[in-house]
Ligand binder design. Structure first.
Ligand code: F3S
Length: 77
């Protein structure tokens, strides 16, 4: 499985990821993106049927703020 989270320190609120993958990414009130499925903890696997959308989102992010891992992200990071 793959895991993801958005780095809010580098996200520039461009809005591309939620267009590519509306079921995976949403925005806070400042427009900063987060992973919807676990409130950006990075501990819930990306559903298989959304992997294509996820790849589109990663490729479309201008700041490489969408992180990807084969392991769950630590909730402290
Ligand atoms: Fe931010 Fe990248 Fe999405 S800059 S809004 S994480 S496409």
């Amino acid at each position: 499985p793959k895991f993801t989270k958005v780095d809010p320190d580098t996200c520039i609120a461009c809005g591309a990821c939620g267009t590519s993958a509306p079921e995976l990414f949403d925005y806070d009130i400042e427009g900063i993106a987060y992973y919807k499925l676990d409130n950006n903890e990075g501990s819930t696997p990306i559903p298989d049927d959304l992997i294509d959308d996820f790849e589109d989102a990663i490729e479309g992010c201008p700041t490489e703020s969408i992180k990807e891992s084969d392991q769950p992200f630590s909730s402290s990071s």
